[in-house]
Design a protein around this ligand. Structure first.
Ligand SMILES: [Zn+2]
Length: 282
C-alpha cells in the first residue's frame, strides 16, 4: 500500500491525511499500515520516521525531508543542530525539543494555515484541497501566491480532519497588506533556495546564512540602520506575538541574531534577511 503522490508544495502531513481519507482508514489503521506503530502521530511540518514512511513512497526519506517538511528551514537556522535535524532516524521528542528550544516564540502549537484562494484553485485543478508547505512557515500571514490572508486551524490532529473540502467551505477571503505579501514572497523564494542547497549547508562555514550575518556584522554599530530595520518590521502583521522586535528591545533583538548568542526561531532570521533586502543590503 502506497502513500498518494504529492501535489505541488504539499506537506507530508497533508499527504497522510489525503491517503487516509481515500483508503477510508481510521487513524489507527493508517498508523499501523504506514508507520508499523498504532501509537504514532504526524506533525504538520516537523516529521519523523521518514525511513519507515519512505518505504511506502517513490521518494527517498531524504527527499521527503527536503521537500515536504519544514525541517530544512530549521536545519538552515539552527546550524549547531544540523546533524541531528538531518538525521532521518531522529525521534519525534528530540526533533521537537531541538526546534522548540528556549526563546522560540511559537512553542509549536500545531497551527495549520491555508489560503482560501489556493484552496479554491486546488479543488478546481486536483479535485481536493491540501495543505501547502510554504503557508506553514511561522510568522507568515499572507499567501505567497495571492495577496490574501491565510486562515488558521488550531491544533489539528490527523484523526480530526475528515475532509479538506470542509476547510475550503469555511474559509473566508480577506486581502493581506502589500508588505505582508512581499514578506511571504521573499520567504518563499528564500526557502526554495534553502531546500535546493540543503546538502551544502551541512558544513557550518559554507552556510549562506552564516556568511550573510558575518558580512553585515558592522550594521550592529550603525544605530540609524537598526532603526530602519525596526521600522520595516513594524509594517508587518504582528499576529504572532514575541516574534517581532519592539521599540524597547530591537537593538538586542538584532544583536542576538547577528552574534547568534542563543538559539532563535528560524522566522526571526527570515525577518532579518527580509529587512536587509528591503534596505537593499544583501
Ligand atoms: Zn493562495
Amino acid at each position: 500500500m502506497l502513500l498518494l503522490p504529492p501535489f505541488p508544495d504539499e506537506t507530508l502531513y497533508s499527504r497522510c491525511v489525503r491517503t487516509r481519507e481515500v483508503y477510508g482508514m481510521s487513524a489507527e489503521q493508517f498508523f499501523c499500515v504506514f508507520f508499523k506503530n498504532t501509537a504514532h502521530s504526524v506533525h504538520p511540518y516537523l516529521n519523523t520516521s521518514l525511513n519507515i514512511l519512505s518505504e511506502s513512497t517513490s521518494e527517498s526519506a531524504y527527499e521527503l525531508l527536503s521537500w515536504q517538511t519544514l525541517i530544512p528551514l530549521y536545519a538552515w537556522a539552527l546550524q549547531e543542530f544540523n546533524p541531528e535535524l538531518q538525521d532521518l532516524d531522529i525521534s519525534a521528542f528530540k526533533l521537537q525539543t531541538i526546534c522548540s528550544l528556549l526563546n522560540f516564540a511559537e512553542h509549536h502549537p500545531a497551527i495549520l494555515k491555508h489560503c482560501p484562494v489556493c484552496t479554491y484553485h486546488d479543488v478546481k485543478k486536483f479535485g481536493v484541497a491540501y495543505w501547502h508547505r510554504q503557508h506553514q512557515i511561522f510568522g507568515i500571514t499572507s499567501c505567497n501566491h495571492h495577496q490574501v490572508r491565510l486562515n488558521h486551524l488550531t491544533r489539528p490532529r490527523l484523526s480530526d480532519i475528515r475532509h479538506h473540502l470542509s476547510q475550503y467551505k469555511k474559509g473566508q477571503v480577506s486581502l493581506s497588506t502589500e508588505n505582508d505579501f512581499k514578506f511571504a514572497r521573499f520567504t518563499s523564494h528564500l526557502f526554495d533556495d534553502i531546500c535546493k542547497s540543503l546538502p551544502d549547508f551541512k558544513n557550518r562555514r559554507s552556510s549562506s546564512l552564516v556568511k550573510t550575518l558575518e558580512q553585515h556584522t558592522h550594521i550592529i554599530n550603525d544605530q540609524s540602520i537598526l532603526i530602519e530595520l525596526y521600522k520595516i518590521t513594524k509594517k508587518l502583521d504582528h499576529k504572532e506575538i514575541n516574534l517581532f522586535p519592539t521599540q524597547e528591545n530591537h537593538n538586542d533583538y538584532w544583536k542576538t541574531l547577528f552574534y547568534r548568542t542563543s538559539t532563535q526561531s528560524p522566522s526571526k532570521y527570515l525577518i532579518l534577511l527580509y529587512c536587509l533586502n528591503q534596505l537593499s543590503i544583501k
